[in-house]
Write a protein that binds this ligand. Structure first.
Ligand SMILES: NC(=O)C1=CN([C@@H]2O[C@H](COP(=O)(O)OP(=O)(O)OC[C@H]3O[C@@H](n4cnc5c(N)ncnc54)[C@H](O)[C@@H]3O)[C@@H](O)[C@H]2O)C=CC1
Ligand SMILES: O=C(CO)COP(=O)(O)O
Length: 332
């Protein structure tokens, strides 16, 4: 393999992913928005602001100059918040090598367009869809920083690019599987964040394992319903990018979406929860876009609808739960 890998975004997942790439033998240049973060990585091999437990290998270089990171990169990994991707890309596309592979780590849906992240990349960077690879699975960055065993899915319509990325991120602690269902993998990642918000609310309301199992199972059912309407393979939702990520995120106190939901479940407003957490919880904005996408395709997503009402209409989570439970009964 030739050329270094650029990782654009030095947050928690971008940084942990840079470690995986380096441990798999790739040279990596990570772009940080703030020079202070790039300098910390260069001089201390750590990123204390985002991922205190992480120790970065020497193969990882860091810069706050995106052109420097991207120029000459064979693979460019995008790891910024979903809602800023389009703006970020506007400043980056001129530096992309003509046949480079673009990798999306992001788990969200764009608010203004209801596009998945790979669709935003295709539109904003003007690249063919088969140049975009999606990596998605149960991958909480703090656990990966500690080299705890984990698996993921590498999805692309071009199997040779999926294999290139798979080889670039295979390590003794990280096991990637390829898949050609880009739509299913991206939807699994985006919708699980919304369900994790509901799960966090339930936890904070003192609700037990029956309720939690109901949210996970029915959450997966509504994810798959939307996925199938958009052309995904239903089997993808039984895999790592579907059930795997949903269970991992909902179960983990490390999840920022679940934690955000816990704040809402304790009766805090959206603004109070945002002030308390100060982290990217993608589901908070994506729930609006996913609800709109579902309505546009006449798909019922009752949990997503209620999460949107709690987040953006000030509805009490208890009222939202009661609304879920009072829906007309039907076959499973
Ligand atoms: N943290 C995790 O465990 C995982 C995260 N993801 C996904 O990866 C994506 C990135 O997440 P994280 O690295 O966790 O996020 P983060 O919040 O830790 O980092 C985001 C990075 O983007 C940068 N950025 C660039 N432009 C920005 C702007 N205009 N506004 C705000 N930040 C900007 C920030 O400076 C920061 O370095 C998200 O879509 C997330 O859902 C996926 C799997 C695991
Ligand atoms: O996507 C993740 C794990 O797979 C991270 O989840 P949070 O963004 O909720 O922390």
């Amino acid at each position: 393999m030739t050329g270094h890998v650029a990782v654009l975004g030095a947050g928690s997942w971008g940084s942990a992913f840079a470690k995986i790439l380096a441990d798999a033998g790739r040279d990596v240049t990570i772009w940080a928005r703030r020079e202070r973060v790039a300098e910390a990585i260069r001089t201390t091999r750590t990123n204390p602001e985002y991922l205190p437990g992480l120790r970065l290998p020497d193969r990882v270089d860091a810069t706050s100059d995106a052109g420097e990171a991207i120029s000459g990169a064979e693979v460019v990994v995008l790891a910024v918040p979903s809602q800023t991707l389009r703006t970020n890309l506007a400043g980056w596309t001129d530096f992309l090598a003509p046949d480079s592979t673009l990798v999306s780590l992001m788990k969200g849906i764009e608010l203004s367009t209801t596009k998945r992240m790979s669709e935003v990349i295709v539109a904003a960077a003007g690249v063919a869809p088969d140049r975009v690879v999606v990596v998605s699975g149960p991958n909480l960055a703090p656990e990966i920083a500690l080299e705890q065993p984990a698996a993921t899915v590498v999805a692309c319509t071009d199997v040779s690019r999926a294999t290139l990325v798979q080889r670039s991120i295979t390590t003794p602690y990280f096991r990637p599987y390829t898949n050609d269902d880009v739509i299913g993998c991206e939807l699994g990642g985006a919708v699980k964040n919304v369900i994790a918000l509901a799960y966090g609310m339930a936890c904070a309301m003192g609700l037990g394992d029956n309720t939690r199992a109901m949210l996970i199972t029915r959450g997966l059912a509504e994810t798959a319903r939307l996925g199938v309407a958009l052309g995904a393979d239903p089997l993808t939702f039984a895999g790592l990018a579907g059930m795997g990520d949903l269970v991992g995120t909902c179960s983990s106190p490390l999840s920022r979406n679940r934690t955000f939901g816990e704040h809402l479940g304790r009766g805090e407003t959206l603004e109070q929860a945002q002030t308390a957490t100060r982290q990217t919880a993608e589901g908070v904005k994506s729930c609006l876009a996913i609800r709109d996408l579902a309505r546009a395709h006449a798909v019922e997503m009752p949990i997503t609808e209620q999460v949107e009402r709690v987040c953006h209409e000030g509805v009490d989570p208890r009222v939202a739960m009661a609304a879920l439970m009072s829906r007309t009964t039907k076959p499973e």
